[in-house]
Design a protein around this ligand. Structure first.
Ligand code: SAM
Ligand code: SF4
Length: 330
């Protein structure tokens, strides 16, 4: 699949549920209304959709959410999608998780063909962890990370850089990830969804400042490692681990974008930062074969926009798009 700007679309992110067992401050309001179950695709339908994308050339699938591991029976979808790894049609099947259920699922994920996972963790301080996630417990996530290591899964930690919240912990996170053998990625807060007046402006911390402060203590060697997304990677010479910076607001990465995002209702977003979307649930449900689905996917890819319009400043402190990150998936 090639879009109108010549970009090869080879990466699909799938939000398998909008629900979550955490309520992270930057992601959700405390009183979220979730979709009624009837609107959400079944696991079989998600499998059909993902498999259609794989047939059309997607080589990498990432399951996300919401929290993917709170969806009932999610491992049956992971195992089903694992068949595309075995056939060679898919290079990678992975997921992004908050880690709360990993202790239970790490070994099964590895069995199903998952090799690497991203785990979101913004702080190593238990009280701060609960303050940020509202409902989360740090020790559960650390247990999950241990289980992931034991199962032989490679782990990348995602940490959102939050002004006045975890900005005293960046050195500690780099050191800890070095000790644990994890890669680390810092993410800037993105303006997605209404979370409370001015909250985003207070949280926003440009990663150029994070990098400058880290460079006082660590040697960051530039690399040309890319994943086709917004992350720029360094190697921390002292630990040998990769350090990524996702800077959607300060660095434009759209020219090399290789991905599209599917929600759990079958809506395809061609860009994380734009409202335009294509409904794939109707063509999926109208026919048992994929005769309607494949042309609908191709037509959507043909509408992929050139780039996003994120801005956070005093004049633009409204969300750029109204949906929360948990709808489109991170
Ligand atoms: N629940 C899973 C988790 O937390 O990893 C997967 C979904 S979560 C929406 C995916 C990623 O998006 C997480 O790393 C989270 O920190 C990040 N995220 C959520 N809201 C964000 C925002 N407004 N700006 C930047 N990153 C955000
Ligand atoms: Fe849940 Fe992930 Fe959003 Fe936190 S960032 S509320 S864990 S979906």
């Amino acid at each position: 699949m090639i879009d109108p700007y010549g970009r090869h679309i080879s990466y699909l992110r799938v939000s398998v549920t909008d629900r979550c067992d955490f309520r992270c401050l930057y992601c959700m309001a405390e009183d979220m209304t979730f979709l009624p179950k009837s609107e959400v695709l079944t696991l079989e339908e998600l499998d059909r959709l993902c498999s259609a994308f794989v047939r059309l050339g997607v080589r990498k699938l990432r399951l996300t959410g919401g929290e993917p591991l709170v969806r009932r029976n999610i491992l049956s979808l992971v195992r089903a999608l694992g068949r595309h790894l075995e056939s060679g049609a898919l290079d990678e099947l992975t997921l992004t998780t908050n880690g709360s259920q990993l202790a239970r699922y790490a070994a099964e994920l590895k069995d199903a063909g998952v090799r690497r996972i991203n785990v979101s963790l913004d702080t190593l301080d238990p009280a701060k962890f609960t303050a940020i996630t509202r409902w989360g417990k740090l020790d559960k996530v650390l247990e999950g990370l241990d289980a992931a290591k034991r199962a032989g899964l490679q782990v990348k930690i995602n940490a959102v850089a939050l002004r006045g919240v975890n900005d005293d912990e960046f050195d500690g996170l780099v050191r800890w990830c070095g000790e644990q053998g994890f890669d680390l990625v810092f993410i800037e807060v993105m303006p997605l969804g209404e979370i409370g007046a001015d909250a985003r402006l207070d949280q926003y911390l440009p990663l150029s400042m994070v990098r400058a402060s880290l460079q006082r203590r660590w040697t960051l060697d530039e690399t040309d490692y890319r994943t086709g997304g917004p992350a720029r990677y360094y190697v921390v010479r002292e630990t040998g681990r990769r350090l990524g910076m996702i800077t959607p607001l300060t660095h434009n990465f759209c020219e090399s974008c290789n991905r599209v995002r599917l929600t759990c209702t079958g809506t395809l977003f061609m860009c994380l930062g734009q409202e335009d979307a294509a409904d794939l649930r109707a063509p999926l449900r109208l026919s048992e074969s994929d005769d309607l689905l494949e042309p609908a996917i191709r037509a959507a890819i043909a509408r992929k926009p050139k780039g996003h319009d994120f801005v956070i400043d005093r004049r633009h402190n409204r969300p750029a798009v109204s949906r929360h990150m948990s709808v489109t998936g991170g």
